[in-house]
Design a protein around this ligand. Structure first.
Ligand code: PRX
Length: 678
């Protein structure tokens, strides 16, 4: 019982039955990139790791690599060792000969009366070079330096990322919706002395002040003893400054003005070692401090390019729209690096999918001729709820659709399939994580039938295993829940936790490590942190996180992070966060707090605590409800029993509470819940 409540996401997943299969259409199969049924043989374990040559051969190398995989410092894997490559060259320069005048990016502003901007590969080339010149000459940035970006969904974001990649600078893009404080923490951790932002951007029809967050970030970083010397500010509308905040003399630079000095500049792409870090992506884990996942250049780019080609089925002539935010890994891999490495046209939409109405995505699809669509179950649920009949009003036709980030309920899947895909598009349900670089489990769209509610089998070259808590392997196809791991390294796996290699080993490899100090990859299964089960057909069903992570609307948040934010309020003495099921967002956090002795509960205090979460993290972490409680339910050893709190929040039976040190508190909590119906 206790374990079941702890497997929070599991409840979402396991309430539905095994579903029947849907077949991909013959017209999809006829044009698909990957139709060779021998693919899994080619990527069998006997051919590991050399099978991944096929991934790397999709890229253009300045110098071909000598060794596919070096395991000598396991589990710090090195892929394509000896190779020299540049990500910016692969995503831009190499397409010029054939696709110079083709759109690389279609930028759709949120305000519908503003025209779509089409950035050709030639224009991308010019702008990336000029920005690279600015970063190098104006900011003095060089290979290996880190730079923090806090940018919205605009073409200037991939331009900045590719400019960094061109000169070997490691970018760390922080989701624009994160607070200035959250940005400061990531600036300090990564050691960035340059922050790149934009003055503002539109969200739900309102101009957001992003520059204000930069001022807070620099101030908060300074309070931690860390100095940012330059803030580069892109203008959302070139030539016009859109923020009410003043510029800080000697620190702030308007990028659009400064770029005028670099007109026509061309910067040779650095020949980077394959294993040079390309970027950091911060994500939440089991502690209060987010960790910077360090991704490589060669292995990462090879992985996202192959999976974009064969799982997303991207051809250069496709118009591809991934509705994720570039501030998350999905956007890095499947808006920017994967699609652009293939010479596709990638859509970037500035705003909210349901703005100004839930027909918006389908109008965009119609206008641009989008034929590949990629989004999350949360977005699908929101669009279905707000406008179930909207898709049929518009004349668009997808050949392929993706869902990612959360389990998708079969009922929601079917609406996606029938209404959005109009019964013709193939769907892939892709399971992976920030740490992984790219997809781990998914059907191969032309080869495997779809099964609603299940991610597919593992990708070619990925060999998962499900362990029980005692380290025994659960037999294949046993359909029993356990902890999913990947037996082998793959090119997209992150290299380390920035600045904390011990945490990298401890969190991801120690648990099921078979032999300390081993240099054999077979001894180092990667521990994903998700529960999963595998029925006899081999399709993995992901049950959700088994650690202190909550997946809110597809955004990964650490319960510890939210609790630390609550504890910044001086009146709060204890805090505990639990996930509550939500019809649209999947899960939302409920925050329980106990106050210092003598302090009285009040609405104002609840609001102050909720505000602290927004200031420290982001509105996406805002608790559904702040519960000020007289006491936390605790074990005799003093541990807060979160499962009891979760039961109260969801109106469920708390189960056996006799082992609590203070069982009487449960009745008090129930009373509180009844009084304050949420
Ligand atoms: O619990 C899994 C869930 O999202 C977590 C990873 O979140 P993040 O690092 O933010 O990356 C999200 C996008 C790659 C996983 O540990 N998750 C991801 N994809 C799926 C999923 N749960 C069920 N089905 C999926 N397809």
């Amino acid at each position: 019982m206790e374990q079941k409540t702890d497997l929070s996401e599991a409840e979402i997943a396991v309430h539905w039955q095994e579903e029947g299969y849907y077949q991909p259409s013959t017209s999809f199969i006829a044009q698909a990139n990957l139709t060779d049924p021998d693919i899994f043989k080619r990527f069998s374990v006997d051919n590991f790791p050399e099978c991944f040559k096929e991934f790397a051969d999709l890229l253009t190398w300045f110098k071909y690599w000598e060794k596919t995989l070096d395991t000598s410092n396991a589990p710090f894997w090195r892929w394509f060792v000896g190779g020299r490559i540049n990500a910016s060259y692969n995503c831009v320069d190499r397409h010029l000969e054939k696709y110079r005048n083709k759109a690389a990016i279609h930028f759709v502003p949120e305000l519908e009366h503003e025209p779509v901007q089409h950035v050709t590969y030639q224009e991308l080339y010019v702008r990336v070079n000029e920005m690279a010149a600015l970063l190098r000459n104006l900011c003095g940035l060089k290979t290996g330096d880190r730079v923090t970006l806090h940018m919205p969904m605009v073409p200037e974001l991939p331009i900045t990322m590719l400019a960094c990649a061109r000169i070997g600078v490691i970018h760390s893009q922080v989701f624009s919706g994160f607070s200035g404080k959250a940005c400061a923490d990531r600036i300090v951790d990564s050691g960035s002395r340059v922050l790149i932002t934009m003055d503002g951007y539109y969200r739900s029809g309102t101009m957001q002040d992003q520059k204000e967050k930069a001022d807070i970030a620099v101030k908060d970083a300074a309070a931690e003893g860390y100095k940012v010397d330059t803030v580069l500010i892109w203008q959302r509308y070139p030539g016009k400054y859109s923020s009410p905040q003043k510029l800080v003399e000697g620190r702030d630079v308007i990028v659009n003005d400064a770029l005028k000095h670099y007109r026509g500049a061309r910067i040779e792409p650095e020949h980077m070692p394959a294993e040079a870090p390309l970027f950091l992506m911060y994500t939440s884990g089991t502690t209060g401090k987010p960790k910077g996942c360090q991704h490589s250049t060669g292995g990462y780019l090879a992985y996202v390019t192959w999976t974009s080609k064969n799982i997303q089925d991207i051809h250069p002539e496709d118009v591809y729209w991934c509705m994720a935010d570039i501030g998350w890994i999905t956007g890095h891999s499947y808006i920017v690096y994967g699609p652009l490495a293939l010479g596709a046209s990638s859509v970037i939409y500035e705003g909210v999918p349901t703005y100004p109405d839930p027909g918006r995505p389908w109008r965009i699809a119609e206008e641009l001729g989008v034929n590949i669509f990629h989004t999350s179950p949360t977005a699908i649920r929101a669009l279905r709820r707000a406008g179930p009949d909207e898709p049929q009003k518009y004349n668009f036709r997808f050949k392929h659709m993706t869902t990612v980030g959360e389990p998708v309920e079969p009922e929601v899947w079917r609406w996606y399939y029938e209404h959005v895909g109009k019964g013709a598009a193939v769907i892939v349900d892709t399971w992976w994580q920030t740490e992984n670089g790219g997809f781990l489990c998914s059907t191969i769209p032309a080869l495997n039938p779809m099964k609603p509610g299940s991610a597919g089998p593992a990708l070619p070259g990925i060999y998962p295993v499900i362990y029980d808590d005692d380290g025994n392997e659960i037999p294949r196809g046993a359909n029993r829940a356990g902890n999913i791991c990947i037996r082998n390294p793959w090119p997209g796996i992150f290299q380390t936790v920035w600045g904390d290699p011990d945490r990298f080993v401890r969190q991801y490899y120690e648990r099921y490590n078979k032999k300390k100090g081993s240099t054999d990859w077979r001894d180092w299964p990667y521990f994903a942190g998700d529960g999963a089960m595998q029925p006899p057909d081999g399709y993995y069903r992901i049950l959700g996180r088994i650690d202190d992570v909550i997946n809110v609307a597809g955004h990964r948040l650490g319960t510890k992070e939210i609790e630390s934010a609550a504890l910044t309020v001086p009146e709060v003495v204890e805090a505990a966060v639990v996930p509550v099921p939500d019809e649209v967002k999947g899960r939302v956090p409920d925050l329980y707090v106990a106050l210092k002795h003598g302090i009285k509960a009040s609405r104002e205090l609840e609001e102050k605590i909720a505000k602290a979460v927004i200031t420290e993290i982001s509105p996406i972490a805002r608790p559904r409800k702040v519960w000020i409680v007289p006491d936390m339910p605790k074990t005799r050893s003093g541990k807060i029993m979160r499962r009891v709190l979760a039961a109260v929040s969801s109106g469920k039976d708390a189960g056996d509470v006799s082992t609590l040190a203070n069982p009487e508190v449960v009745a008090e909590l129930r009373k509180l819940a009844e009084q304050t119906k949420v």
